[in-house]
Design a protein. Structure first.
Length: 395
């Protein structure tokens, strides 16, 4: 097994812990149509539930911070895994709450479309009958000019109503399409979270099997990795401090990324370590530790440019990118964002991909910032650009 720190590209050998773990996860997805009657008629009640779950995830992040500062013991490792499992379960529950809320919203939208379509039919019928009478006939049948003007105004009102109802139906159908797309996204997040939860459960059991719940066996298992573990923990602590000092972050998406080729099934994480991978020992086949930040950004650069660079650890990405002809400057979509180590020469730094920029706020995607669900996980978040030291335009 290889120790894969936050961004390490080195390949020092340590005892292999996880290899060839096969996890079969069955996710039961109930069709939307079959569950309409199972939920209340209002989606508003889910707002409070979603807020509570989001607060729970923040609490698990705080607990991860506390455990990260403790000594490396078997008890701490197991407590960290348990906390990560709880955070992932909160993500599962959050996805379920969003799904339930969307089901209700879709039901209500479909009902509004039908009601408006029914109203549209009535309006069309009224307009057809009204249009069957010519203005001369309408004038002749009117008792006076005032009566004629009232009838003409009624005709115009029907036409206005027709236009408004058509617009409403079109808007509702667009809204319905968006809601159904959101459901598909939530279900994909749900499956990814369930996969991650199964991987964590397997990780926990594997650790217990390897150590027989014995502290001495655990310490022997990690002895050759102690320095790298300490550096990885220091790097994570430095990243977290930087984010907290720059105003924190808003989590946009998290869990895993389907396009990125390394995931819990072929690159299992054990604490700070990557295992499995392309070489069975934690590597991604490109000189990086799989499910680490440098591995993800190198893959993302290759996806955008067609070139797979070997740029070492995250702290080295800025200079390597400049040497390759790219320009450092302000944050822009398609840039890499590099965070230098807290102290010169210590730690691996951190690198992420800039997705969007709005004022002094940026949205980044990254791997292996521990936001509470454990190491080696994907996340997209919005935060202050001041959290990073360098931006280099790639795309």
């Amino acid at each position: 097994m290889k120790l894969r720190t936050t961004t390490s590209a080195s390949h020092s050998k340590v005892p292999r812990v996880l290899k060839g773990i096969g996890i079969s996860v069955i996710v039961a997805v109930v069709s939307i149509a079959s569950v309409y009657t199972a939920f209340p008629t209002s989606a508003d009640e889910y707002d409070d539930r979603i807020r509570v779950l989001q607060a729970d995830m923040a609490r698990y992040q705080s607990e991860a911070d506390r455990l990260n500062n403790e000594a490396t013991t078997l008890a701490t490792a197991l407590a960290q895994i348990t906390n990560e499992k709880n955070a992932i379960q909160a993500q599962v529950d959050l996805s379920q709450a969003k799904y339930d809320q969307l089901v209700i919203e879709i039901t209500n939208t479909e009902k509004q479309i039908k009601d408006n379509q029914d109203g549209l039919g009535t309006t069309l019928a009224d307009l057809y009958v009204d249009d069957d009478i010519s203005p001369i006939e309408m004038l002749a049948s009117s008792e006076n000019i005032s009566d004629f003007l009232n009838k003409q105004e009624y005709r115009n009102s029907i036409r206005d109503q027709l236009s408004e109802t058509i617009k409403t139906v079109k808007d509702l159908k667009a809204k319905l399409t968006t809601q159904k797309t959101e459901v598909e996204k939530v279900l994909a997040e749900q499956k990814a979270a369930n996969d991650a939860l199964a991987a964590k459960q397997s990780e926990q059991q594997n650790l217990l099997n390897r150590t027989n719940n014995d502290e001495a066996a655990y310490q022997n298992l990690i002895a050759s990795s102690a320095q790298q573990i300490a550096e990885a923990k220091a790097t994570q602590a430095a990243i977290r401090a930087r984010l907290n000092n720059s105003g924190g972050y808003t989590l946009v998406d998290a869990g895993s990324l389907s396009d990125y080729p390394w995931h819990s099934g072929n690159c299992a994480m054990w604490g700070y370590m990557s295992t499995g991978g392309a070489d069975g020992n934690g590597g991604d086949g490109r000189g990086y530790g799989c499910r680490q930040c440098a591995s993800y950004v190198a893959w993302r650069i290759a996806k955008e440019t067609g070139v797979y660079y070997s740029w070492g650890n995250a702290k080295e990405f800025t200079q390597h990118a400049i040497n390759a002809g790219y320009q450092e400057g302000p944050p822009m979509p398609g840039s890499i964002a590099v965070m230098d180590p807290a102290k010169a020469g210590q730690g691996y730094g951190h690198v992420a991909w800039v997705e969007a920029v709005s004022g002094n706020m940026i949205t980044i995607s990254q791997y292996n910032y521990d936001y509470g669900q454990g190491y080696g996980m994907y996340s997209m978040m919005t935060l202050s650009a001041s959290a990073f030291d360098h931006f280099v335009k790639i795309k």
